[in-house]
Structures are given as structure tokens and as C-alpha cells.
Design a protein around this ligand. Sequence first.
Ligand SMILES: Cc1cc2nc3c(=O)[nH]c(=O)nc-3n(C[C@H](O)[C@H](O)[C@H](O)COP(=O)(O)OP(=O)(O)OC[C@H]3O[C@@H](n4cnc5c(N)ncnc54)[C@H](O)[C@@H]3O)c2cc1C
Length: 392
Amino acid sequence: MSEFALDFQDTATAFADKSDAELREKLRLFKMMNSPLLNAIGTRTAKFALSLGLPVEGLIKSTVFEQFCGGETIEECESVIRKLGRAGIGTILDYSVEGKSREEDFDETKDEIIRTIERAKNDPDIPFAVFKVSGIAPLGTLERLSCRKKLDAKSQAKAERIKRRIDEICGRAHALGQPVFIDAEETWIQDAIDRIAEEMMARYNQTRVIVYNTLQMYRWDRLQFLRDARKRAEAAGYMLGIKLVRGAYMEKERERAAEKDYDSPIQADKAATDADYDAAVEYCLKHHATVSFVNGTHNERSTQLLATRIRELRIDPKHPHIHFSQLYGMGDNLSYVLAAGGFNVSKYVPYGPVADAIPYLIRRAEENSAAAGQVSRELDLIRKELKRRGLA
Ligand SMILES: Cc1cc2nc3c(=O)[nH]c(=O)nc-3n(C[C@H](O)[C@H](O)[C@H](O)COP(=O)(O)OP(=O)(O)OC[C@H]3O[C@@H](n4cnc5c(N)ncnc54)[C@H](O)[C@@H]3O)c2cc1C
């Protein structure tokens, strides 16, 4: 191990604020998710039961929801905000309502996102806010915008409302000096998101980075996109905000490309995704004077790589342009060890009504399936800590 490396196997630090009972519950839940059959049955049953209006919300709330979400409202997240804050980890309040389609719902979601920005103001424990454009915009309009097709008057009016909502969010973030991430989504709506995100960056990132766009490095075109985005920012005189992730919609992307018979936008294999991810981190690090970036991953190697490079180059670990981020309920060994090492680290804390958080929870369950490998890493760490405490 290099002299600069962090010890992500330090489970005493990773689980310092988990009681024995909490740790055992985490073990139980991750074991269930590790079983492909139970995982598939669980997610399908939950969807089915909710669609029938069966009273399963309570059960979901006290199990998966509690593991991966902060609560149903901002107020209910307060104890998680404080707990993470005590460990030096920031909270990113993520209002995880998805799948709405009425204009009134989009306005309500936009108002709630603005409330997260207002809650974050002047609170060092909440360094960023976040939103998904699909939460405040009709998918059809985003898709049409992404095809760059000429819009009819109705679609044009919808597109203007989308832009207004996004501008209201980013404008408020700018007025309060509170940075905000725009999440990345499926390729067929991403072009519209990228263009609006750049427009917002040009408007609000003049003196510091307020708006961050997200790049999914499982796409083979994103490394070049990153280089071009930096050049466009330099030419237009604004600072670039970038959140790097690998990408969460791989299966859906491949299936759609096969079904509609176009070239898959996804890299040929995991090694190619990893190589571009590392190259993107290195590129952002090289340009960190004008590019503020977030290493959004649970991959231990990617996290180690950036932490080690920061130390080797003697960059301040608290440099305001370099951040690490994980999701609540996952990768605690990374978040807690990074915080103890003095790095900028935060966690997405999703919240919202239980039923509305189901798509998010299903993505996490699928990502944590045995095939994805993440859950066996989490399980090993939990078991190691239980053993260290003499409980296993
Ligand atoms: C803070 C944070 C914010 C996030 N925001 C977003 C977001 O805005 N948009 C979004 O889409 N996702 C987002 N994600 C999820 C993220 O994209 C990944 O799905 C998740 O983090 C798993 O990737 P990893 O780097 O943690 O781990 P790893 O386990 O190292 O990587 C798994 C990922 O590698 C890629 N991969 C796996 N197999 C292959 C293959 N055969 N070929 C090519 N690629 C492959 C996939 O992207 C897969 O998810 C976010 C994650 C975090 C932690």
C-alpha cells in the first residue's frame, strides 16, 4: 500500500456510529438483497402490493427505506443530517419523487427542491443540493428536445416551463450561494439536460461553481464530452461543475438500443468504463483550478486513486473544488474513512413519501444484487465489524 493510501478496511471508523442492533439489521437486509431470488421477489412483490394499495408501506419504511432514505420529509431527515455531520460528512437532501406526469406535480417538486436549497443555506453540514430534471419535466418533451426536432406550439410551451423551473432552482441556488447538482439520466433525454445544464452554468458559475452537471462514464462518448465542455466553459468565461459517476441505467440502455436497433451508447465492458472513469478524474484534477468536481462512486479503487493523488500532489484535502460522494446506506467505509482523513465528503440522503421512493429503492436493490458485487463488499465489511466487536 502506498504511504498516501487510506485504509478502507477500517470498519471501526466506518461503523463508529452504528449500534450493535443497527449493524445486525444492516446485515439482515444486505443478506436478503444478496439473494437474487429474494431480491427479485421482494422488489416485484413490493411494486405489486403497492399497486393494489395493500398496506406494505409500513414494512418498507422500517426496512429498506430506513436503510437508504433519511425520512419522508426534510424534518424527518434532521437526525441523519446531524449524525453524518458529527462524523464530518455532508448531507445532500435528495427529494426522490419520480414518475410524475402532471404539470402541477412538477411545480410542487420544483418548490420542494427549492426548500432543500433553503434548508442548506448557511449549514456547513449540507454542502450541496440536487435534482433530477425528469422530476420536474415531462419525459416526452425531454425526449423531443433531445432529438432536436422542431417542436409544435404545445411542446414549445412545455419546454419553456421546464426551463423556467430549472432556472428558478438554479437562480435560487445562486442567490443563496448554495451549489446544486443536476443528476444524469437516460441517454434519450440527456442531451436536453446537458444543454440546459450548460446554459445554467454559463449564467450562474461566473465567479464560483453553483451548478454541476453529471457525466456517466459508462458512456463511451463522455470523456470527449468532458474535454469539450471544459473548452466551451473556458471560451465563454465560466467555471465548470462536474459530478462524475459510472451510470445507473446500463441494462435499460442496452435493451433499448437492441430493441430499436441503434449502437449502444454504453462501453463494451466494465474495464472500459473504469478506464474512462479514471481518465476523467485525472482530467478534472489536472484542471481543478477552473473545474470543480465530485467523485460520485462506491468503487474503492476509484476513491483510493483520487485520495492518493491529492496527497501525492500535496493539494489541500479540503480544496473547495474536489469532493467525494456516496449514497446514504452504502459505502460507509469510504465516507467515514475519507472524512476522518480530512477530505470533502458527502452523502445523498434521499427522502420523500415511501411509495414515491420505490423506483429509487428498486435501483439500489438491483445495483446491490449479487451480480453487481457491491452487496458482497458491504456484507464482508459488516461481518468484519461484527467479528471485531465480538458479536459474530
Ligand atoms: C453520489 C452519487 C451520485 C450519483 N448520481 C448519479 C446520477 O446522477 N446518474 C446516474 O446514472 N447514476 C448516478 N449514481 C449511480 C452511479 O452511476 C452507479 O450506478 C453506482 O454508483 C455504481 O457505480 P460505482 O462507481 O459506485 O461502482 P462499481 O461497482 O465499480 O461500478 C458499477 C458500475 O459500472 C458500470 N458497469 C458495470 N458493468 C459494466 C459493463 N459490463 N460494461 C460497462 N459498464 C459497466 C455501470 O455503470 C455500473 O453501475 C450516483 C452514485 C453516487 C455514489
